[in-house]
Write a protein of this length. Structure first.
Lengths: 498, 499
């Protein structure tokens, strides 16, 4: 109980404190809060690992009157992923903001993100992510989703450039629209069943127009927020124009939150009432995302936009989980594969955005055509970009490979060779745009490049995230076992939590 | 788990750790880099020596690391693995010394040697892989580690070559993965076993197995440069000479062929593959590749390009050996894995010596070069004769056993292929020798411009070249001795066909 509360309260307290205290004390708050959250999440993980899934009534009032928090293997995995990526991104952000404020005077065009404005929002976002993963009723989820959207939109616009403002505004509107549509679905559910708790809903809901309407509305809202093709238009500019540490967590974590919610609704609440063709439909959209996102990534002239379009494509992979789980015998493999991909993508994409951010800091631009020879100037960042890229392509050894292997096996075993083909071709397209960048980076430099030195900590945090993405490919047993705890497809819960 | 089990892992780690450390060295720390490189390679050779002794006496070294649920990463040293490991580890040491001399003073050496070590790590992994998934992990790692070496110069041509290389190899990798995933679904985790692992599958799966075989061989055939999947190899010759040596003799092409050997003997098994009617088509593809590669080699004026087409042709001897049924053909095919490696690395070293010392890249520029660089050209001549198959050199031994194997398998048409290939080899190697030894030099610019004063080129370039040249002679002359590659190949064949 206390650990679950800690994961939400700690970042909230840090958000308030970092707003109140002087600049010189902020570093202690950031360091303390980050390590505190990691500790809290770790302890919660330990509890779930030992005892199986947990359910806490907040304030002593259980469902249906009060609010429940719920943690199973999936929750823990998401919380761990968030804790790891956010901590490393915090480290990066500290160096990034300090660097920006030091060099801000000499380059007026640069961002004006300050520590004072950044950290409260940052921790607020962290708190809403953790709260979202732990919530277990549809209204509470709405609240956390809304908080997440707001803090994300504000972080995006901190840089203050016109492009960032436009993109942030557009994101805010889309996000609000998504929440609104989702809320409408919540309303329909409440009218029909009189409860908002996911567990109760899964017990009493039945197949009928009310459930279907509610699901359709909620799904639409969440797809908007996740940015699944063809509802992705807002995503690339928003992710690409944000300050780099923010880009990293937007692509790595924030879009996963609404995806996580979709998983909860589809597979743990309304599973029996949904027709397989609905899952097929989401899969087709996912395939569309893979192709369209990759093609667009090829055509980009700016590195951060390329990375952002790559997110559009990778999100498509996540949705292959929906049709593949349709075949009972392979459902669990597909489920593990899809979620593992989300996990690996979080680390890989965060490292790539940070690496791209380093290039931008060093060169003052991120035009791909002018990156010749950058591998000699920022070898560590480029190495991070490459390692992250390997995971995205799904090449071994990396988390991306494990995920792709599981999805492939599920596709083949279930007789869906069609989806297997998409997975493989998608990987090749990914390789295409990643190597388009690496090729430039390895080219012999043309003429003199004006390079600003950047702090080593920025390079090494990017590398650390990439190394995590690779390690996920070598230590897959632990996360996969964790994921097994109370997963919707396994008959026997191995840790006896039931 | 005994201490023995760690040996295969250590063999992989000696180059992995070396590589990772080298990445973080500063450019000017060249002495430390050299020490690391040579130490890593020497320690590896020592470990390989211990395993050779053990495997010869019937030991098995195996280590399993948990990778996925129900699926381990397995490294296992058996006779076939050690053949490839010994070849690669030995040639790696020589190539490293060569590369240190070749790249002296050029930029980005830490990056180069870092990836160079990763390449060898991947090759060791491929050789020692005990199951299909482990093999795939290292196979893809090899692709990725080689790319930065191919484009090392950073020129437009190099970058284009790199693109072609990636296009072929990554597509091949995807096809291979498709085959592996399908096979794993049918048969569970696929371990490499003598005589094949698929014996428990029923006739019902025959059709699927045929498609899987084609997928696997296509995926591997890209690296093995089987026609028509060979397009990347001639293009990739823009890479520096040590990289070409690596591509053609030590790692990449070999990895593909070695994979084919594993698939046929230890996944499908000769009997099943034969029953499914897959071996004769494989032999035919190999024969076409042998002839086509040689034919294209005839018309190339660029020396390294001619050598590249020659590789396409020569490497398929191994595949041909696999495609024929019977122990003699196996011996011929498997031993050629080593023989081709030694001969081709010598040829590329020589080409590198010519380019680095005199700036010669084309055969038409080689007039009389034998007078300026007699040692290099002597090594080149020896390797050429070996390739043609002149007794008692390495190439002759391979061809002899392949020919015997063809007769044993009752496929006498193969003899025609072998004879044709010999003639073609002579037709594209002898003119080079004639140009180099008997024509008079076009210029006298390179008369007395010797880098080291005493030798015709740097000692670090010349010594590895001469060593491999001597090996070509040695493995042929001493083919009957216990420690020759031929005897080891016989050991493999015997274990493969033992009831």
């Amino acid at each position: 109980m206390t650990w679950a509360a800690g994961t939400i309260m700690l970042p909230l307290v840090a958000a308030c404190l970092s707003f109140l205290v002087r600049r010189s004390a902020t570093i202690w708050i950031v360091a303390g809060a980050a390590s505190g959250i990691v500790l809290a999440v770790g302890s919660l993980a330990h509890e779930v690992w030992k005892h199986g899934h947990l359910r806490y009534p907040v304030g002593g009032w259980g469902a249906p009157l009060g609010i429940d928090w719920y943690a199973d293997g999936l929750t823990i995995l998401m919380l761990l992923m968030t804790a790891a990526v956010m901590s490393l991104a915090s480290l990066y952000a500290w160096g990034y903001l300090t660097h920006a404020s030091n060099s801000g005077e000499n380059s007026p065009g640069q961002s004006t993100v300050t520590h004072e404005r950044f950290w409260p929002l940052w921790f607020f976002l962290w708190a809403s992510l953790n709260a979202l993963f732990l919530s277990s009723d549809v209204f509470n989820l709405y609240v956390t989703l809304e908080l997440l959207g707001l803090s994300a939109a504000m972080l995006m616009t901190l840089g203050g450039q016109p492009a960032a403002l436009t993109a942030g505004m557009r994101y805010l509107l889309v996000s609000l629209l998504g929440s609104l549509v989702y809320l409408l679905g919540v309303g329909v559910l409440y009218a029909a069943y009189g409860t908002l708790d996911l567990a109760s809903l899964s017990r009493i809901s039945n197949s009928g127009p009310q459930t279907w309407t509610a699901m359709a509305l909620m799904t639409l809202g969440l797809l908007l927020k996740t940015g699944l093709f063809p509802l992705h238009i807002w995503l690339p500019p928003a992710h690409a124009n944000a300050p780099s540490p923010v880009s990293a967590i937007l692509s790595g974590l924030v879009v996963k939150a609404s995806f996580y919610l979709l998983l909860r609704l589809w597979f743990q609440t309304f599973n029996p009432h949904l027709s397989p063709s609905a899952g097929q439909f989401l899969g087709v959209l996912g395939a569309g995302a893979i192709f369209w996102g990759s093609l667009q990534a090829f055509r980009q002239e700016r590195l951060k936009l390329l990375v952002a379009y790559s997110t559009v494509a990778q999100l498509g992979y996540l949705f292959l989980l929906f049709p593949l789980t349709g075949t009972a015998s392979v459902a669990e493999t597909a489920w593990s594969g899809g979620i593992y991909l989300a996990l690996a993508h979080a680390f890989a994409k965060a490292s790539m955005f940070l690496a791209a951010g380093n290039i931008m800091l060093a060169l003052g631009h991120d035009r791909i055509s002018q990156l010749d020879g950058i591998a000699q100037i920022l070898p560590i960042s480029l190495f991070a970009f490459g390692l992250g890229g390997i995971s995205l392509m799904g090449l071994p050894p990396s988390g991306g490979f494990v995920a792709k292997w599981l999805l492939l096996k599920a596709a083949w075993d279930g007789g869906h060779w069609w989806w297997a083909g998409i997975i493989l071709v998608g990987g090749l397209m990914t390789a295409g745009y990643i190597f388009m960048v690496l090729k430039r980076a390895f080219a012999a430099p043309t003429g003199h490049m004006a390079v600003q030195p950047i702090p080593h900590s920025l390079e090494f945090t990017a590398l650390a995230l990439a190394v995590f993405a690779v390690l996920l490919g070598l230590t897959a047993t632990f996360p996969l076992t964790l994921l097994h705890i109370s997963n919707p497809f396994s008959m026997a819960f191995i840790t006896g939590g039931g | 788990m005994t201490g023995d089990a760690w040996l295969p892992l250590l063999v992989v780690l000696t180059s992995l750790i070396t590589g990772l450390v080298i990445f973080f060295l500063r450019e000017e720390q060249s002495r430390l880099r050299t020490v690391l490189n040579v130490t890593g390679a020497t320690v590896k050779l020592g470990l390989v020596g211990i395993m050779l002794w053990g495997v010869f006496h019937g030991h098995r070294y195996e280590i399993r690391l948990p990778f996925l649920p129900e699926l381990d990463l397995v490294l296992r040293a058996d006779a076939l693995a050690l053949l490839f490991v010994t070849l690669s580890a030995g040639l790696w040491l020589l190539t490293t010394i060569y590369a240190i001399g070749y790249l002296e003073g050029s930029p980005n050496r830490s990056r180069f040697f870092g990836f160079f070590s990763l390449c060898v790590t991947a090759t060791m992994g491929i050789a020692l892989a005990g199951n299909l998934l482990t093999f795939f992990v290292f196979y893809e790692m090899l692709t990725l580690a080689t790319y930065p070496l191919v484009i090392h110069r950073g020129t437009a041509t190099a970058l284009r070559a790199g693109q072609t290389y990636l296009f072929y190899t990554l597509s091949g990798g995807a096809i291979l993965l498709a085959g592996i995933a399908w096979l794993s679904v049918l048969a569970g985790p696929v371990e490499f076993t003598h005589g094949g692992t698929l014996t428990h599958l029923t006739d019902r799966h025959d059709h699927a197995l045929r498609i899987i075989f084609v997928l696997l061989i296509t995926g591997l055939g890209v690296k093995a440069a089987l026609v028509p999947l060979h397009g990347w190899l001639p293009v990739a010759m823009v890479a520096p000479a040590p990289v070409s040596a690596l591509l053609h003799a030590v790692a990449v092409v070999k990895a593909g062929v070695f994979g084919i050997v594993r698939m046929v003997y230890e996944v499908f098994g000769v009997q099943l593959a034969d029953k499914l009617g897959l071996l004769t088509p494989l032999a035919i593809v190999a024969s076409l590749t042998i002839l086509y590669g040689s034919m294209r080699a005839l018309t190339q004026d660029d020396l390294k390009r001619r050598l590249a087409y020659s590789t396409i042709s020569q490497v398929s001897y191994v595949v041909l050996g696999v495609g024929l049924i019977g122990p003699l053909a196996i011996i011929g095919g498997v031993v050629h894995l080593v023989h081709q490696g030694i001969m081709k690395i010598t040829l590329f070293f020589c080409a590198g010596n010519l380019a680095e010392t005199l700036g010669i890249h084309r055969i038409s520029e080689m007039n009389g070069v034998g007078r300026r660089m007699p040692w290099t050209m002597a090594a080149f001549s020896l390797a050429s004769f070996g390739m043609i198959g002149v007794p008692p050199l390495a190439g002759f031994i391979s061809k002899w056993y392949l020919g015997l194997g063809a007769l044993e398998a009752d496929q006498s048409w193969v003899l025609t292929v072998l004879a044709g290939s010999t003639l073609l080899n002579a037709a594209y190697f002898l003119p080079i020798l004639h140009t180099a030894w008997f024509k008079s030099p076009l210029t006298d610019v390179w008369s007395d411009n010797k880098p080291d004063g005493t030798f015709e080129t740097k000692l670090s370039l010349l010594a590895p070249t001469l060593l491999t040249a001597i090996l070509i002679l040695a493995v042929g002359v001493f083919a009957g001795s216990v420690i020759s590659p031929l005897e080891w190949a016989k050991l493999i064949a015997e274990r493969e066909y033992r009831p």
